[in-house]
Design a protein. Structure first.
Length: 458
């Protein structure tokens, strides 16, 4: 259980919910644009105000009577957020004034019995601010003229919210066991091209419908954080929008989705690269996996929809993995798991693999162990290539010693001298393979940096 209460941001489409969410958390987490319905899933963030911390949830624009697949699911997701929330910020558009849809939402919110603060957004001008008072007619006592874009009026809104939340916060904190030690959360990103089953996998992992799942490609547009706590580890699961090739993204929201997915990888510890087992590995799958590799994420390859592959034999999985290795030669160290997010087949294997990978990426090798490894495998490589291309059978480039400079991902510095700088790629690959064997760097990329000492001429 979290020690902070949860506040849900609710409202009809295009009233500025995501702008308010981004303003409150102090970063651009939700995609903002003029196109209605851009936010569809629940997106979580944290806010600290007046010494108190609480979680805040951005939701999609609610259209109660719309039975189209996406709007109906948005309404469902918003319902989950309302159920979990201790209070609700209902965002309305002060410029447009009262609308029939606001009337419908007011009935829904009154029926929850929860505390509702009305944020009359877009109240930049004095005339609009005065007209914001008409929203009192819905029966909610706390109405605040605000401008999410300019930050006007948000201080008063937060002061009032936090003042009445303090008792809620203390009650929640009293329920937290003193035995629970603070554990660094594992940030696990789920990436892949559109419609390979990323959201279905997330829902299967957390055991609830946190993310909208539909047969339409490109349903998820934001990068969504979901907290999951198991007896072994606290996870921050990051579901991302499907990544398309450059030039294949037409709408502004889709282009922003790709940018957000890339930002998600930059903060991920481990990435699950989801591949469609029916279609097999594609060039785009390799391209996306390359993004994760370049970001320094540990990588697990999950081949989804394995249950739908026809005419499977004993060797089918081995043949499929060989295709992946051929397509993604740079990920020969990444484990491959055949799963079905639909029926849960082998999905339970993913979190333990992620924990193992995260332990490996945080591993720092003791200097004494690294020195012994250097003497055995680096200074006199057995079966490895020469440090640099040779002429006449002798390489003038000499590796003096090595040290570990960083973790997440593990980074090693090789100090060289003599000849010209530039370790041969085959030698680097040899070192990476030996490091993995010796120190169990499971599912994680290794960085090797050369620092060359140049002799100064007298």
């Amino acid at each position: 259980m979290s020690s902070a209460p949860t506040i849900a941001i609710i409202g009809r489409p295009n009233v500025g919910k995501s702008t308010l969410f981004n303003r409150l958390i102090g970063e651009r987490r939700s995609i903002v644009g003029d196109e209605p319905g851009i936010t569809r899933d629940r997106i979580y963030g944290e806010v600290e105000w007046a010494g108190e911390r609480f979680s805040i949830v951005d939701t999609g624009g609610i259209i109660p009577d719309d039975d189209a697949v996406i709007p109906a699911n948005i309404f469902k997701q918003a319902g989950f957020a309302i159920d979990d929330a201790q209070a609700i910020i209902w965002v309305v558009d002060a410029r447009q004034g009262l609308t029939p849809l606001d009337e419908e939402l007011a009935k829904l919110l009154r029926a929850t019995g929860k505390r509702v603060l009305v944020a009359a957004n877009k109240s930049e001008r004095a005339r609009v601010e005065a007209e914001a008072g008409e929203f009192y007619r819905f029966g909610f006592e706390e109405v605040f003229p605000v401008s999410a874009e300019q930050g006007i009026g948000l201080g008063e809104l937060l002061d009032t919210l936090v003042k009445d939340l303090k008792s809620e916060i203390s009650n929640l904190r009293s329920e937290i066991s003193d035995k629970t030690s603070e554990q660094r959360e594992l940030r696990l990103a789920i990436i892949g091209r559109p419609n390979v089953g990323k959201s279905s996998l997330l829902n299967r992992l957390i055991g609830e419908e946190r993310v909208i799942v539909s047969p339409l490609a490109g349903t998820t547009r934001d990068s969504i954080d979901t907290l999951l706590t198991t007896p072994e580890q606290k996870f921050r699961l990051i579901d991302t929008a499907g990544i398309r090739r450059k030039g294949k993204t037409g709408e502004m929201a889709e282009k922003l989705s790709v940018v957000m997915a890339m930002k998600s990888l930059a903060r991920a510890d481990v990435a699950i690269v989801v591949i469609d087992a029916e279609e097999g590995p594609t060039a785009l799958d390799a391209h996306i996996a390359g993004y994760a590799h370049d970001a320094g994420s540990s990588i697990i390859i999950a081949c989804n929809k394995w249950d739908a592959v026809k005419n499977k034999e004993t060797s089918t999985a081995m043949q499929f993995e060989r295709k992946i290795r051929d397509r993604m030669k740079f990920l020969e160290w990444a484990p491959v798991v055949m799963i079905s997010a639909l029926n849960g087949q082998r999905v339970e294997n993913l979190l333990p693999l992620a924990i193992h990978a995260n332990e490996a990426r945080n591993r720092r090798i003791a200097t004494s162990q690294l020195n012994a490894f250097f003497e055995d495998a680096v200074s006199q490589p057995r079966g490895g290539s020469a440090p640099a291309p040779v002429k006449g059978g002798v390489s003038r480039l000499h590796v003096q010693y090595m040290t570990q400079a960083a973790v997440r991902p593990p980074t090693f510095v090789l100090f060289t001298s003599g000849g010209k700088a530039g370790l041969h790629f085959s030698y680097l690959r040899y070192l990476q393979n030996r490091l993995r064997e010796e120190f169990d760097f499971f599912a994680t990329p290794l960085r090797i940096v050369e620092k060359h000492k140049v002799r100064r001429k007298k």
